[in-house]
Design a protein around this ligand. Sequence first.
Ligand code: H79
Length: 472
Amino acid sequence: MDNKTTQLRSYDNTCRSTINAVITITALCIFTIAGCQQQGRGLLGEKRPLTKDERMKWWRDARFGMFIHWGLYAVPAGEWKGKRIDGIGEWIMERADIPVSEYEPLTKKFNPVKFNADEFVRIAKNAGMKYIVITSKHHDGFCLWDSKVTDYDIIDASPFKRDILKELSKACKKQGIKLCFYHSIMDWHHPDAQRPFYPNYNDTKQSNPNFARYVDNYLKPQLKELITNYGPLGVLWFDGEWIKDWTEPMGKDMFNYVLALQPNIIINNRVGKGRKGMEGLSKSEEYAGDFGTPEQQIPATGLPGVDWESCMTMNNTWGYKSYDHNWKSTKDLLHKLADIASKGGNFLLNVGPTAEGLIPGASVERLAAMGEWMEVNSESIYGTTASPLGKVSWGRCTAKPGKLYLHVFDWPTNSKLEVTGLKNKVKKAYLLADKKRAKLSVRREDEDKVVVSVPSEAPDAINTVVVLEIKS
Ligand code: H79
């Protein structure tokens, strides 16, 4: 009964209708639900689901988060048996055709004694990030917490024997950062999942006849552990949903299962089968999930009413690779942050800690530099919505009620910043970095064009924000 009632309840107030698989539900169940909802309590004792807008509020305001890909793959760090393995580091088990019998012993070498959860969280917070999404379990199946349903975890299998997620959960709580988990649906280690497909763990044409057993006895209990013992969580970030065994009804069931455990949690669209490849947005509203997940890319435009988050690496890998030095510049990263915010999305920027437990120096430096910009300019990112001006020639634009933030990447050479597409009266213009908010003069040149007089030199070489207070 628990499953059925869960399904009914969780379609949240936007009511994604199609209440499937509940045809046989008894009147008793229905009365139970009605009773619980009237009291404002869920069946598991929590408050009943909020509206989607209420659930998404903190996430939409946050705009910037840290992705952490960390696991056994940090030990080989991109090399296997003396050879450099192409591709993303966390896929080395698949890319180098490593059997479980040879991959498992990496647990003995995973001893990240330099790990300091407070330091990880501090690095994220100082960058201006509001949430952290860490791999509780990636496709290789290794678990960063003390899972009761497996010994393939940090406590039972590694010499480290410290619960990484517990330490992060405490540090996040202390520093006011939302903790979120990435959890892979696909599992190359579990015999009832993709393990038997070796050497093609990612073979999308095969299915495992015992997959339902993996979902019921392993995947779901793990999620329950994570939500119950490490929560409340901000987001559950699923991945690996493209496998043949996983179906949209299973995705909806999982969505409901998770919401029943924590009604205000946010779940990405990879819980189901609706994602359009790496572009990441959902094919339609019919599919499960709260937000779209473009991977390593930024949509050309925003989509009104659609929540999305671009996840991206700073070099070419998610999991640590010792020889990947192809780092994006701070300028590029800050421009991406403004670009994403100007289209109404979130930026989930990745770090891949080493097997010693450190975030690579190149990442730390870039995050610190982003933090310096955010320290001055975060008002133009947090809680903003997409640009009402469309494309602007000199940079990007974000908005709040009564305010436009002009993110100027290319500073005008003649001290005249032209803003086209703006019919509203401009009440005041100033540089966001200017604490005194000294007025910049504004001249209307056309029905839909104003010109702001700005200093001859760009105050910030990467992105200077000019604020326009406008009459709505
Ligand atoms: O965790 C990081 C990567 O390890 C993981 N996602 C990020 C966040 C990732 N898994 N796979 N990939 C990245 C690339 C794989 C893409 C493919 Fe497919 C899987 C090609 C075919 C199957 C998904 C489904 C993308 C296109 C179709």
